[in-house]
Design a protein around this ligand. Structure first.
Ligand code: AVJ
Length: 352
């Protein structure tokens, strides 16, 4: 069983708050982060990089993009002209948050997988905090920095909000949530982060969440839909090069945390739509034959010219695939909200 005592509590940064003992106390009580340190993330990074670079084809999983710099770069991606998913999903929420919340139930706790900056979540919190006396928000994120940074902004905005963040991965978060049954919960999995999972992993994840749902609980799931490949390609090859920097930052992270010797000018960002698998693939392509030493492993890895390290898959769905996925995971589709072009879909799911 997990130790739930807070390992640290956010201290307010803003002057207004620092000058008010009452508010400061409230802030301490209202924003708590729990670090569920089942595994050592550093050790996991170490192992997966060594295994992934020894494998053929080479690969590193996308969850390692999100160090401090990577999280910043991702936020920047969401603001590029070409990257439509965030803005499209936010548009759906702006138009339909009230309807979605009403369909989801009364008196809800909000639990979000991969909360990031919680920007879109605010559209739902606007509605929830207006109709409920008290709202509990549980952001779950692998990166504490993002919750530390944005949590206080939310508290400032909503006087009746309490945040109990979980710093962990999805799997352990679900175990943790199961251990504490409470009032009806609205789970959020936005941004089409589901797309990072293989079809098998998506099935597994949704089955796990489905099994955790009590009869009144709901899951609001954002998914990116299949569209013209040119639009997809553009979204992952923005002209300002932010996505390229995001991808290449993985090598910077290896250099820093594992004492690697990657020369970033000898690799390039590669992203394209793989139609057969209905997914965007991101790779880091070696521009020449080269050998790169990583001191942490006491060895080098060779890269042939044009050889790639596969760093991300981002699956795109159609409704038929989603129907199968939801049914197979024991979930019922209760509602769906889309933008007029049907580029993105928000799905409200309940237990079967
Ligand atoms: C956060 C996984 C939804 O797949 O579109 C954006 C990550 N990678 N640009 C996505 C990402 C490159 C994003 N997800």
């Amino acid at each position: 069983m997990v130790d739930l005592s807070p390992l640290f509590v956010i201290r307010p940064q803003s002057r207004r708050v620092a000058h008010s003992p009452l508010l400061r106390k409230q802030y301490h009580e209202r924003l708590v982060l729990h670090h569920l340190d089942h595994r050592d993330l550093r050790e996991e990074f170490r192992q997966e990089v060594e295994q992934g670079l020894s494998a053929s084809p080479k690969r590193i999983p996308p969850k390692f993009f999100y160090d401090r710099r990577g999280s910043e770069l991702f936020e920047k991606i969401t603001k590029t002209e070409e990257y439509y998913p965030t803005r499209t999903e936010a548009g759906i929420l702006a138009a339909s948050a009230r309807e979605i919340v009403e369909a989801a139930g009364t008196e809800l706790t909000l639990i979000e997988f991969g909360s990031g900056s919680s920007t879109k979540t605010r559209l739902l919190l606007d509605v929830l905090t207006a109709r409920q006396e008290q709202v509990e928000y549980v952001p779950i994120d692998i990166s504490p920095t993002i919750v530390q940074e944005f949590g206080p902004l939310l508290l400032e905005r909503y006087g009746n909000l309490e945040i109990r963040g979980l710093i962990t991965d999805y799997h352990h978060a679900i175990e943790e949530l199961n251990a504490h049954p409470r009032k009806a919960r609205l789970f959020l999995f936005l941004g089409s982060s589901l797309g990072n999972f293989s079809p098998d992993e998506a099935h597994h994840f949704l089955s796990e969440v489905g099994a955790a749902l009590e009869p009144q609980d709901r899951l609001l799931l954002g998914v990116d839909l299949i569209k013209q490949p040119e639009i997809l390609d553009r979204a992952y090859n923005d002209s300002a090069g932010v996505t390229a920097a995001f991808n290449l930052n993985l090598l910077t992270r290896i250099n820093r945390e594992l004492r690697g010797h990657f020369d970033l000018s000898r690799f390039r960002h590669l992203a394209f739509f793989n139609k057969a698998h209905s997914r965007i693939e991101m790779h880091l392509e070696s521009l020449e034959d080269q050998t790169v030493r990583i001191d942490e492993f006491g060895r080098s890895f060779s890269f042939a010219r044009k050889e790639t390290v596969h760093t991300e898959n981002s699956h795109k769905y159609d409704y038929a695939t989603l129907t199968d996925l939801f049914g197979g995971a024991g979930m019922t589709l209760l509602g769906r909200w889309c933008d007029p072009d049907e580029w993105f879909a928000l799905n409200l799911l309940g237990p079967a």
